[in-house]
Design a protein around this ligand. Structure first.
Ligand code: PLP
Length: 438
């Protein structure tokens, strides 16, 4: 079965004339899944969206993470409309910013102070500047395959979009900047210790996605975060958690407060970067951390960071509304139950047709890797069958199931997915595996 997408194809041809590569973020292109026109969407409601040719899709892309309550959730829409009616930007502080900051601090107690920015990229970029200002050191250590946005420093051996496109280091990032970054494998404390031993007093911070969302969903092995925090502190450096994907994804809180980690104190970071879900689908980022570290930030301290759009009432209102929906009792449990049903069925179906598949599930999200080995780090995530993924992706798309066009990206569920959606998806996956085996 193949559904007709002639208008998407026409619009893609037109977009190529005006927008570089036809897309406003490279991860939206279909380059990693055999090329051609990406699907142009027109409207979304709940767990579904519709393309410009009128085809309906069940959405597991969820805009790469932010859309956790489904599209056009009425509570969030009402908050945005009200913000728009009151004027979208003042260039002054607002009471709303205090409300969202308070909500974030309550859910993520390691953040004594918060600052809002416009994207995850900005949030991460600034945590590095603040860590450098605080420690008066310049180098950072990061983990292979973790994606931290597109600022120069973190585009070194980055995963997600850049790895999908085979660009380990972006052109335009000077060698002098790349030399400020040391990359070590995730879940490998011995390599981290080696790097810290070698670079010692030059390291300002160790930056990590505490639960990885960018080479599939990957949990830290028991003791990894505890060891990372201990070693980093012993070296006099700061711990930065990039929780742009993980915050509010698995429970009402962040990875650092997640039940899987019993000793919260042992894994507490100095700084945290946030984005995606906390903006309820509008552009946002935030960073925060210990009071004395955040005191580096202007106007209190010497580390400069600013933003014309930062804390704009529409994004902040959408964020507050989104967190309110997520505070509804039972929402995470429901997403998890549906995800278990889906992931288990996918695994069974793949096994049935003899297609090697490794599923990493964490509550209401998972990644499905075409391989017969565990995926615990970037190297293992790379060592999976991209061609099989591309075939699966297209077969699913043609049955109205929208996944991210990359073997490294996760499937996200929302509060809006229903059991009917899951059943339809399981049927489509079974058909796809059957075709792939043939
Ligand atoms: N950090 C992580 C973990 C991410 O996954 C992303 C984006 O996918 C970013 C940072 C960058 O966020 P943004 O795309 O909002 O700039």
């Amino acid at each position: 079965m193949s559904i007709q997408r002639s208008r998407s194809e026409m619009l893609y041809a037109e977009a190529l004339e005006h927008i570089v590569g036809g897309v406003n973020s490279p991860s939206r292109s279909f380059k990693a899944v055999g090329g051609g026109a990406p699907v142009f969407m027109k409207r979304g409601s709940g767990a579904h969206f519709w393309d410009v040719d009128g085809n309906r899709y069940i959405d597991y892309l969820c805009a790469y993470g932010p859309i956790i309550t489904g599209h056009a959730h009425p509570h969030i829409t009402a908050a945005i409309v009200q913000a728009a009616e009151n004027g979208t930007l003042y260039g002054t502080p607002t009471e709303l910013e205090i409300e969202l900051a308070r909500k974030l601090k309550t859910a993520i107690p390691s953040m004594d102070k918060v600052r809002f920015v416009n994207s995850g990229t900005e949030a991460v970029m600034t945590t590095i500047r603040v860590a450098r200002a605080y420690t008066k050191r310049s180098k950072i250590i990061k983990f292979a395959g973790c994606y931290h946005g597109h600022s120069d420093l973190v585009l070194v051996a980055a995963g997600s979009g850049p790895s999908t496109l085979g660009i380990p280091d972006s052109a335009g990032v000077p060698k002098s900047i790349a030399s400020e970054v040391i990359t070590v494998p995730f879940n490998d404390l011995a390599s981290l210790q080696q790097a810290l031993d070698h670079w010692g007093k030059d390291i300002a911070a160790v930056m990590v996605e505490p639960i990885v969302g960018n080479f599939g969903m990957v949990m830290p092995e028991p003791g990894f975060l505890e060891g990372l925090c201990k070693m980093t502190r012993e070296a006099g450096a700061l711990v930065i958690y990039d929780e742009v994907i993980s915050a509010f994804r698995f429970h009402y809180g962040s990875a650092q407060t997640y039940a899987a980690f019993p000793d919260k104190q042992a894994i507490e970071p100095d700084l945290t970067a946030l984005g995606k879900i906390i903006g309820g689908g509008l552009p946002i980022g935030a960073y925060g951390g210990r009071k004395e570290v955040m005191a580096q930030v202007a106007p209190l301290g010497p580390a400069y960071q600013a933003g014309t759009m930062a804390g704009n009432p529409a994004s902040i209102s959408a964020g507050i509304a989104c967190l309110e929906v997520l505070q509804t009792p039972g929402v995470y449990e429901r997403m998890e139950a549906l995800t278990i049903q889906l992931a288990d069925a996918l695994q069974q179906s793949a096994n049935h047709y003899g297609i090697p598949l490794t599923i990493n599930r964490i509550r209401g999200s998972f990644s499905a890797h075409f391989c017969d080995h565990p995926v615990t780090n970037y190297e293992e995530a790379q060592d999976t069958d991209g061609e099989q993924f591309a075939q699966f992706f297209r077969l699913m798309l043609d049955q109205g199931i929208c996944l991210a066009p990359s073997k490294y990206e996760a499937w996200f569920l929302t509060t809006a997915h229903t059991e009917q959606d899951i059943i339809e998806t399981i049927t489509a996956a079974d058909n796809s595996f059957k075709t792939m085996r043939a």
